[in-house]
Write a protein that binds this ligand. Sequence first.
Ligand code: GLN
Length: 228
Amino acid sequence: KDGLETVTEGKLTMATNATFPPYEYYEGKKVIGIDAEIAGEIAKKLNLELEIADIEFDSIVPGVQSGKYDMGMAGMTVTPERKNSVNFSDSYATGIQKVIVTKDSKIKSLDDIKGKNIGVQTSTTGDLYATDAYGADHVKKFDSGNAAVNALKVGKVDCVIIDNEPAKAYVKANGSALKILDTDYAVEDYAICFSKDNSELQKKVNEALKELKKDGTVQKIVDKYIKA
Ligand code: GLN
């Protein structure tokens, strides 16, 4: 049989969590964003129809690992721990963990976070860093970045640790109520994850990604969503 084996014949099923602008978020009833568009271009190259499943962030890796979805694409950072469960594509973007606080917050630097309550999205790298650096007792987990930011706005947490581009989007959406601290965490690589049993799809996606980077498509999509 020729053609790629996928969960649903003729389709490329991507698991994501659409609370992560500008990578994946809703416009009306449709999931749009950098990841959704790059995935759409990859699907085209593979002669498949893209289908997006919007699920909890911490269900993406298990769902891909068990073969329920063809791939996971969710501004997902490549980490050694995740690599134990899934394979990753080449990286297509980078992220940096940032700290969001309220405009008048006493938190001015990372040192000031000690002993404060930190909001994170469950199982994200922000969650891992916060837990490592400040202790699990101080980390309040939410099922979306949006929920963490809402908790910050009403004073239920003192800051939120989240990736830089969603941080910018959330701050922008909240007028002048919030701000991002000027900190520099290490840069993370975002990549697409696959089941370890499907290296054929991983290979094909990497080929497509390579072409899309080379012909400028990836950059064009990034520029459409991230204004310099
Ligand atoms: N880059 C972070 C991670 O991989 C956050 C991703 C997300 O919330 N969608 O953990």
